[in-house]
Design a protein around this ligand. Structure first.
Ligand code: NZQ
Ligand code: ZN
Length: 385
């Protein structure tokens, strides 16, 4: 097991009606609140009016309309408001896009230049306003992690940045907020959670038995409960397990003692940068192709563990067993209703080469579980059509 640092900084308020504690939580940071939200789902579910009622003693400044795959233009607007209105705390209400955008806005409050600099180079992040989140989509883990992913449509870039100071101070996780999610967002969110686990589970180093076991549990939780939530949107048990899976999959817990760079996320970020597709959908499409591409005598034992421990499969022939696990992964995403070909989400084959070049230009693809060249990435993307 590698050395690691695990600092669980976020105060998680999990369960029904925890939101009533919001005024007490925010009061600690000050009176002026920047409320960051997306295209209106929080209004439809009644959460917006509840928050406005709860915060009647605060001064609220709003940034509405943060896009899925949040754009730097929204971040610039929020950062400017932080400065102009003397904001004390940034409150993100929504999915990962709102929380990610809120993080960079909170850093932009103290940065004199263009907030895009904070995305391109995280060493520009110095001071950051406190961030509190209210999560409405189980997917990214942004509610308890240091990452933010922002898109710049002018430069066709979708880049990740991060800072320990981005980690939300408090996050409200009420599973009932997930009841209104469209089926596709439930499925895509689950694919994202699973992909976060795959990125950390499929790594070179052995010996982190406990972390691998937690990975397998999170994957089994997704496989058990996503179909339940798709069948009955208001199944509390399913929603609560998925919500907690989202948080645990990417808060530093499951990579404890492991290491190495990620593979499918770098590829997906280029698909989104070029075609603005839903993150979890892109991941679901890329994952089985990547798994098949890297399956070899060297990686076989890990894929066999995956098939046995996650899918409860058995078999004498290791290669057959590994392939069965990969097939099960692909079928699971299909049965959740995710389109499994890139052309179904509007991506054109003519862009394959450019997306592959951008993947290896923006990321360290040499330190992945299996190192990939631009040509390898191109082959994986080709296989997704
Ligand atoms: O904008 P609104 O109207 O709120 O609608 C959203 C949006 O259209 C809707 N939605 C959210 N909660 C809802 C709801 N609709 C009905 N009922 C609810 N309760 O869902 C749509 C997608 O929301 P978004 O926030 O974009 O989804 P997600 O949470 O999947 O976030 C995706 C973004 O996070 C980045 C992705 O790349 C992408 O930009 N990631 C962030 C990471 C992190 N911070 O650690 C890691 C991830 O790997 C990922 O890269
Ligand atoms: Zn992700």
């Amino acid at each position: 097991m590698n050395n690691f640092r695990f600092h669980a900084r976020t105060d998680i308020r999990f369960g029904k009606d925890q939101i009533t504690n919001l005024p007490k939580v925010l009061k600690k940071y000050g009176k002026n609140v920047l409320l960051v939200y997306g295209g209106g789902s929080i209004k439809k579910i009644g959460l917006y009016s509840q928050i406005i009622d709860l915060l009647k003693d605060f001064t609220i400044v709003e940034v509405a309309g943060v896009e899925p795959n949040p754009k730097i233009t929204s971040v610039r607007e929020g950062a400017k408001l932080c400065k102009e209105k003397n904001i004390d705390v940034v409150l993100a209400v929504g999915g990962g896009s709102c929380i990610d955008a809120a993080k960079v806005m909170a850093a932009g409050a103290f940065y004199d230049g263009d907030p895009w600099d904070l995305v391109v180079d995280s060493s520009n992040i110095e001071k950051v306003l406190p961030i509190v989140s209210v999560l409405t989509l189980a997917a990214t883990g942004s509610e308890m992690n240091k990452n933010a992913v922002i898109s710049n449509m002018e430069t066709r870039e979708k880049l990740g940045t991060g800072s320990q100071k981005f980690i939300p101070r408090v996050s409200f996780l009420d599973p009932t907020y997930l009841y209104t999610l469209p089926k596709m967002q439930t499925a895509a969110g689950t694919a994202d959670i699973m992909s976060h686990v795959y990125e950390q589970y499929f790594q070179k180093n052995d010996g982190a038995y406990l972390s691998d076991g937690i990975c397998e549990s999170i994957l089994k939780t997704c496989i058990k409960y996503c179909p339940v939530a798709l069948e009955n949107a208001e199944d509390y048990e399913a929603r609560s397990n998925l919500m907690w899976a989202s948080t645990l999959a990417l808060n530093g817990l499951v990579c404890a003692g492991k290491g190495g760079a990620w593979t499918c996320h770098p590829i997906e970020h280029e698909l989104s940068a070029f075609y603005d597709i839903t993150h979890g959908v892109g991941l679901a499409i890329v994952t089985p192709s990547w798994m098949r591409y890297i399956l070899s005598e060297t990686t076989l034992h890990r894929f066999c563990n995956y098939a046995r421990n996650v899918w409860n499969m058995q078999g004498e022939d290791s290669m057959e067993l590994a392939n069965k696990g990969i097939d099960a992964t692909e079928n699971f995403f299909k049965e959740c209703g995710i389109p499994m070909k890139l052309r179904e989400v509007g991506i054109e084959e003519s862009a394959i080469h450019d997306m592959a070049v951008a993947t290896t230009a923006h990321n360290d693809m040499q330190s992945c579980y299996v190192s990939l060249s631009t040509e390898d990435v191109e082959n994986i993307i080709k296989d997704c059509f």
